[in-house]
Design a protein. Structure first.
Length: 152
């Protein structure tokens, strides 16, 4: 994950609803959480530096300085058994304490809370990557390999 743009105000859009961390949220492919992506967004550049397997969980399209781009949340696992989650948005943390720069719906805050609870419980149980290996799906999104946003 690399920094892509500031400022951002975009919807978080689910692309992998069956991911284990989304358990109990009831999400379906294409579900949106308005305003969850911002005020800064990060994205995947699927080059040789990206960890694999890398599972893209969301894909938010937006405009940055006149250039169309996107932000992703991801999960990946390492050979050590570690599981790593990156939300792709700074608003993930503030959604947990209802202190964001923009108002987020109760539905959005519940979604973030449930996913965060799932992650913390799995991490507390041990090497989450062994129990929940990432399923690489980066190629399905056709993401640019380099940053195409001159303003970032």
């Amino acid at each position: 994950m690399d920094y892509e743009c500031f400022p951002v105000d975009a919807d978080y859009r689910v692309v992998t609803p069956g991911w284990w961390g989304f358990a109990g949220t009831g999400v379906a492919r294409g579900d949106r959480f308005p305003g969850l992506v911002g005020p800064e967004a990060d994205r995947v550049y699927p080059d040789s530096r990206s960890p694999r397997p890398l599972q893209v969980l969301s894909n938010a399209r937006y405009d940055c300085g006149g250039t169309g781009t996107s932000s992703q949340s991801v999960y990946y696992t390492s050979a050590s058994g570690a599981g790593v989650f990156a939300s792709g948005t700074l608003r993930w943390g503030c959604a947990l304490v209802e202190a964001c720069d923009v108002p987020l719906s109760g539905r959005t805050r519940r979604f973030v809370g449930t996913v965060t609870d799932n992650l913390l419980r799995a991490w507390a149980a041990g090497p989450v990557g062994r129990e929940h290996p990432a399923r690489d799906n980066v190629a399905h999104l056709h993401l640019p390999v380099v940053n195409e946003v001159p303003a970032s």
